[in-house]
Design a protein around this ligand. Structure first.
Ligand code: DQA
Length: 144
């Protein structure tokens, strides 16, 4: 079974982007940790990043019915995208939303996420480790 891991805009710059907030791990580091954790649950991983809202939506639509679960850091789109939330609403597998930073401790515009309303659960503020916890959560939700 495949676990889909989606990353939204600017997460390709992890490592150099505001390390105080997001840590020093690169997205490739996170991908490695996610793959190790997922394989311990017997999952293969499809790991992607996009800076484009429409591309993320197309990926959500195309993988519908084909993956066991989704780990998703929608990044800035969390706070703005009704369209991504609408696409996720049609997704038929468990969804765990991840944020590296604790969005509730930050600027008020980051406190609300459209994605949270359609996610099974949300992990925020635990840095890159949050992705590994999200993999564990999706595995459990998917019945592993
Ligand atoms: C983020 C938090 C968002 O507010 C921000 O726009 C990001 C990253 C996080 O992982 O902490 O790009 O999703």
């Amino acid at each position: 079974d495949v676990l889909l891991v989606l990353n939204g805009p600017n997460l390709n710059l992890l490592g150099e982007r505001d390390p105080e907030q997001y840590g020093r791990d690169t997205l490739a580091d996170i991908e490695g940790a996610v793959r190790t954790r997922a394989s311990s649950h017997g999952f293969e991983v499809d790991f992607r990043q996009s800076n484009y809202e429409g591309e993320l939506i197309s990926w959500i639509q195309e993988t519908r019915g084909k993956v066991a679960g989704l780990v998703f850091n929608p990044a800035g789109y969390s706070h703005t995208s009704v369209a991504i939330a609408d696409a996720l609403d049609l997704f038929d597998a468990p969804i765990v939303e991840v944020h590296l930073s604790n969005i509730h401790k930050r600027e008020p515009f980051r406190h609300h996420s459209y994605v949270s309303a359609v996610a099974s659960g949300v992990i925020a503020g635990l840095g890159a480790h949050g992705y590994e916890l999200a993999v564990d959560a999706v595995a459990r939700l998917a019945g592993r």
